[in-house]
Design a binder for this molecule. Structure first.
Ligand SMILES: [Zn+2]
Length: 494
C-alpha cells in the first residue's frame, strides 16, 4: 500500500553553538566550525566574526511509509520521534554525514574482538574450555555472536513493537541520569523520543508472524523476514532488562535510531556490542546496509563509527563514497563535494536523482573535491541561487536575493520558515526556477493535498498558479527538500 506522506511546512532552526549536542561550541580551533576553509579565512579578520550557528532544517512528519522513510534516510535525513531533520552542512558548526556500512566493509579491530570476548565471558560464565577451543581461520564476529547467544543461559534479546512500558522508562531514566547527567525526563519525553514514530499504527504494531520471524534471525534455515518498521530490541541479562536498541527496519537495511543501557552493566560495553549485533542481524535478515546515523569527523562521540568502515553520503550528488577515499578532505570537519570535473562551480542538479536509489562513486572514477568552487566565498552556488531567487520573485514566488558575501548572517535568522537560498543537498533554486518556467511544477495539480489549519479543512491543489504566494513558496521549499516526485503525493499541513 502506498501511503501519502503527511508533513508540516519545512522549518529552519538556528541556535547557539553552545547548544550543539556534539561540540557544545567548544572546538579548540575555530576553523573546525567552518564547512569551507575560505569562509573561515574571511571571518578571521572580522571582529564579530566566527558567528557559526547550529543550523537544522526539517519537517514534522505525521505519517510516512517505511519505503519512503528509507529514501529519506538516503537523502541525509534522520528522525527523532516524529520529527524529520537534516543539518545545514554549510552553516552548521559540525559536519554530520550520513554513514552506512555492511558486514563485508567492517575491518574487525582489536577493540571489537575484546568487546566480543567480554561478552562471551559474561554470557557463558561456566564455559572455560569452550572459550579456549575457538575457531580456525579469520575471526568471524557474526559466528562468535550467534554461537555465544545460542549457548547462553543468561543472555537473550527480544524484538518487539516500539511501545512504551514502565520497565523501559525506568531503564531510560537510569541511563539519562547516569550517562548524560540529565534529570529532566519523564514518561512522556521518553515516549516522544524513543517510541513515537511516523508510521501507521499497523506498521508500528506489526504481526505476530513478523516478530516471530525476526526473533528467529539466528536460525540458518530461515530466509524470509517480512518485518519492516520500527522495533525495540530488548536485551535481557539474568532476567533483567539491561539495554534497548531502538531501530528502524527498512527495505535497504537496518537504521540505528538510539541505544540505551543500564549503567550497572557498563563493563559489558553493550553499546559497542549492539553495533556489531545490528550489523550481523542486517546481514542475516537480508537487509544489505547498516545505517549508523551521522558520522562527525571531529567528534569523539560520533567518529568511532568510522571504525566500522563504510561509506559517507556525498549529499550534493546523492551518491555514496567510501569513507577511506574522503578521509583527508573532511579533516577539521570540512565539507566535501566530489566531481569528475575539476572546474565545476555549480551545484549538481538533483531532482532526477532523487527518484532513483543512490549510487556509489566507483573506485575507478577520477574525482576532485570542488567544494571551494561551489560553496566557497567566491563559490558559484550563491550567484546562481540569487539570480534564481530574483526571477522567482518576479513570478510572485517570494524568494529574495541574499547578501551572498556571507554564510553567517542570513537575513531572516529569526523566521523559522525561511530556508537560505543555498543549502547543500537541497535542490538548487535554479532547478526550482526551471520547474516553474517549464511548468513541470504543475504535476502537483490534482495530486498534492493541503490541510489548511486556518480553515480547518483538507483540499486538493488544483492549480499551482492560483495558489497564494506563500503556499507556492511552501510547495517550492518542499520540492527543494524532497524532490518533485516525492512532494507530489504528500499531504501538507499549512
Ligand atoms: Zn557542533
Amino acid at each position: 500500500m502506498s501511503e501519502r506522506m503527511i508533513i508540516s511546512e519545512p522549518y529552519y532552526f538556528t541556535d547557539s553553538i553552545s547548544h550543539c549536542g556534539y561540540c557544545n561550541g567548544q572546538k579548540p580551533d575555530k576553523n573546525d566550525n567552518f564547512a569551507v576553509r575560505s569562509w573561515y579565512d574571511k571571518h578571521l579578520q572580522a571582529q564579530d566574526g566566527l558567528d557559526v550557528q547550529n543550523c537544522t532544517l526539517g519537517v514534522q512528519l505525521e505519517l510516512v511509509s517505511v519505503e519512503m522513510y528509507d529514501k529519506l534516510c538516503n537523502m541525509g535525513f534522520r528522525r527523532s520521534g516524529k520529527f524529520l531533520y537534516k543539518p545545514d552542512l554549510l552553516r552548521n558548526c559540525c559536519r554530520m554525514y550520513t554513514i552506512r556500512t555492511t558486514v563485508d566493509q567492517v575491518k574487525v579491530s582489536k577493540d571489537m574482538k575484546a568487546c566480543i570476548k567480554r561478552f562471551k565471558k559474561a554470557a557463558l560464565p561456566d564455559s572455560n574450555q569452550n572459550s579456549k577451543k575457538g575457531h580456525k581461520g579469520p575471526f568471524d564476529f557474526m559466528r562468535e555472536i550467534i554461537e555465544t547467544e545460542n549457548e547462553s543461559k543468561n543472555f537473550y534479546t527480544k524484538f518487539e513493537p516500539a511501545i512504551y512500558s514502565d520497565e523501559k522508562y525506568s531503564l531510560f531514566a537510569r541511563y539519562q541520569e547516569s550517562v548524560h547527567n540529565d534529570f529532566d525526563h519523564n514518561p512522556k519525553s521518553f515516549k516522544r523520543f524513543l517510541c513515537d514514530a511516523p508510521f501507521s499504527p499497523e506498521v508500528i504494531r506489526g504481526t505476530k508472524q513478523e516478530w516471530d520471524q525476526l526473533n528467529d534471525w539466528k536460525n540458518p534455515e530461515r530466509y524470509h523476514f517480512k518485518r519492516l518498521g520500527p522495533a525495540h530490541e530488548c536485551y535481557y541479562y539474568n532476567d533483567n532488562l539491561v539495554a534497548i536498541a531502538v531501530v528502524d527496519i527498512l527495505p535497504s537495511g537496518i537504521s540505528s535510531v538510539y541505544f540505551i543501557w543500564d549503567p550497572a552493566y557498563a563493563k559489558m560495553s553493550l553499546g559497542k556490542l549492539s553495533a556489531l549485533r545490528e550489523l550481523a542481524i542486517s546481514s542475516k535478515i537480508n537487509r544489505k546496509h547498516y545505517y549508523m546515523g551521522y558520522y562527525i569527523q571531529d567528534c569523539p562521540k560520533m567518529n568511532y563509527k568510522g571504525k566500522y568502515g563504510g561509506e559517507l553520503m556525498d549529499l550534493c550528488n546523492y551518491k555514496y563514497t567510501p569513507l577511506s577515499r574522503i578521509e583527508k578532505d573532511i579533516e577539521h570537519s570540512k565539507f566535501f563535494l566530489l566531481s569528475d570535473d575539476p572546474n565545476l562551480a555549480n551545484e549538481p542538479r538533483l531532482d532526477e536523482r532523487f527518484s532513483e536509489t543512490p549510487a556509489t562513486w566507483q573506485a575507478s572514477d577520477k574525482l576532485y573535491n570542488v567544494v571551494e568552487n561551489v560553496y566557497g566565498v567566491n563559490g558559484g552556488a550563491f550567484r546562481a541561487a540569487n539570480e534564481a531567487a530574483e526571477q522567482l520573485s518576479e513570478k510572485a514566488i517570494p524568494y529574495s536575493r541574499e547578501p551572498f558575501h556571507d554564510i553567517c548572517t542570513h537575513e531572516k535568522k529569526n523566521d523559522i520558515y525561511s530556508i537560505p537560498n543555498v543549502v547543500p543537498g537541497l535542490l538548487p533554486l535554479g532547478e526550482i526556477l526551471q520547474m516553474i518556467l517549464q511548468q513541470k511544477i504543475n504535476l502537483v495539480n490534482n495530486n498534492m493535498v493541503l490541510f489548511d489549519t486556518s480553515m480547518g479543512h483538507i483540499r486538493l491543489v488544483v492549480d499551482f498558479d492560483q495558489e497564494s504566494p506563500q503556499i507556492k513558496k511552501t510547495i517550492c521549499d518542499l520540492v527543494r527538500l524532497f524532490g518533485l516526485k516525492n512532494t507530489i503525493d504528500s499531504l501538507v499541513i499549512v
